[in-house]
Design a protein around this ligand. Sequence first.
Ligand code: SF4
Length: 596
Amino acid sequence: MTREGQNEGVRETFAWRAKRFRHRGVTWGTVVCAEWNGVPGAGTGVLGCGGPLGSLRVVPVVADSSVRARSGGHAPKRCGACAKWRTMRVSGGLPCSPVHGAAVRWEAGIVLALSMGSERSRHGAARTGCGGAAREDGTMTTTPDFSPELIRRYDRRLPRYTSYPTAPHFSMDVDEERLAALVGDRGAADRPLSLYVHVPFCRSLCWYCGCATVISKSEEQRRSYMRLLRREIEHKAGLVDTEREVIQVHFGGGTPSDLPPDVLREIGEVLHSTFRVAPHAEEAIEIDPRDLTREHVRAMREAGFRRASIGVQDTQPRVQAAINRVQPFALVEQAFRWLREEGFESVNVDLIYGLPAQTEASIRETIQEVLTLSPSRLAVYGYAHVPGMRPAQRLLERYGIPGSEERLAMLGVIVGTLTDAGYEHIGMDHYARPDDELSVALREGTLQRNFQGYSTRGGADILGFGMSAISSIGRAYVAAPRTLDDWAQAVERDAFPAERWMVLSEDDLMRRRIIESIMCVGRPALDEVSEEFGVDPFETFARELEGLGDLEEDGLIERTPGGFRVTPRGRFLVRHVAARFDAWLEDDGRRYSAAI
Ligand code: SF4
């Protein structure tokens, strides 16, 4: 993009922000130049404000007449003392005094505009005192004012904790006899089941992809996969008590929506005739809009699916070209229309931030475009750059991968834009409309976390089918082979496809309970650990609890009689809080994604 094009972009951004913040009682800001983090042309800003302090946001704005016109006619001025500072009146009226400092940057020749939220936004945001705005229920509405030094300290790769212990710690040493005993445990009759089916096929590789995929356009390969899936389902159904109620069915991939329509119907029929799927079960499928037809959507509905997640990732053509996933927005709109017309109750969107060529402005545009479709939920994942494990990701490096500060700024845009639009921030990466069952579960403290992310269906054993699918049965995790051939061979000899596994110790189970609770409701659930495991958790985890001092000092947690709670500010770094209870954590950055 040319400099002129960039300038136009920031002008638009500023105009939008100024308009948006004016109704919140925006006052004015002063930026004072100084060396900042050794970056030439950068400075430290001090915000003066006469109104109650809310969130601080900073955007670069070109100082030309069109900006002055849109910002109320106040021209930026150069400081007579140091010749390095700029003042811009965004809107005025209140007496001001400097009450808060914030780190900001600008490029030579570009003036910073400061915009501030008021104490309480129209959605009920209240002042936190940490530079971020929090709702009464503790969810964040904007980015907190993390200093560059704090960002550097927390710039670490950590697990996403969709399981504990995490998959890299599973062992290759599978004990088939013990596994058969665990799967066939008749004492588990009162535990419901959750079924996960992995369909690995995709027509082309998105370069950011971290999933277990097989790149193929072959319909025959998909049909023979279906034949093996049917055999695996029948075999596993012979091992478990099929009278157990199934409360969740999830198809992931890969691209499950790209199975031939008759195959989709068939697999739905096999699952429903083999297991006792509850009428209220959550039946969800992941969708790629690029090869979707109306016939596929009808077949999915007939197979029992009522919830769909559409992989959008980013709507901006420049980003789509960089990640090798060109997907015009019209295809997404068409998929939404078909899914709703065919009776899907909930249509969700998956996005990714931290991708090459993304900026705060482009992320905002993506979200605003997606919001025109009113999805029930959004999952906005941070891009996990692990080229040591996913060599194709190296192709993205020529575009530049956003660093932690940029990622945090993008996250602030995401949280701010979505919460302003009325969505609840459910947890690390999920957002839902207030009437969605995830939001209700968050308010009622019943939110769960499993391999699919946040969920309302907890306490179930997960039975996985297909290449690389992970099952969670009682106290064991079992991962199927990660190659098609190895998985197919296991299915053909009627074995439980198991390449890696782990049987959790009592200590693992307690820590799993604590970590899941931190990730879901921001508390360690020590009372429940005490009740369930008959230990004094304050004694058992004394070392971990004592070691949280730095998190407390940084405002990420607050001590409570029940141990602690994660603050609204801490929700941005909740993986760091959970990781303090992870006894398996190795400092192996290649395996995990950046925690910011
Ligand atoms: S469609 Fe999804 S699973 Fe397939 S390559 Fe792209 S990101 Fe990976």
